[in-house]
Ligand binder design. Sequence first.
Ligand code: FE
Length: 201
Amino acid sequence: MISLSDLPYGYDALEPCISERTLRLHHRKHHAAYVDKTNELIEGTRFADADLETIVRETCGDSGNAKLFNQAAQAWNHDFYWRSLSPDGGGKPDGEVGDLISDSFGGFHDFRDALIEKAVGHFASGWAWLTYDGGALKVTDTPDAVPPFCGGADVPLLVIDVWEHAYYLDYQNVRPDHVKAVVDELLDWEFAEANLRAARR
Ligand code: FE
């Protein structure tokens, strides 16, 4: 059994970038449904007592477990997404992430442009990530439920959910305004720094 993680902040904490209504629906309906469906699908299988990340890694690319992969990966991605955001987030990072952004992208503004372009340009549902590939940072996008370590060695540092359910109530079809608000006001650089340090250990 896996469980629905609590948000690391209140439902109204990300206002005005993400409304309380959107956050409640996103967490208690969308995320909760992925958790519930994962639990239905693992019951009585070898994954019944596995942790969520193990389920995702072991079903990635396995066509016989595609249904389970999609639900479990969405549950994992949402756990990671909530922790990628903070009411005290946004701005320009310092620390190892800040240094590596300068090395990898030439500067923060080029990085910001690249991440926004990737998130806005992703066709249909998916995710836009900042990842670490063993030497450098990069921005990447994945379709549907796929996390960046599926089929690759990329370590995720931050993610933006670009499924319409993440922003439609607040921004309707204007994904660019949502993405810019998330990047400029909410990205949790302390979470990215902790993920980078763990990857480099
Ligand atoms: Fe979502």
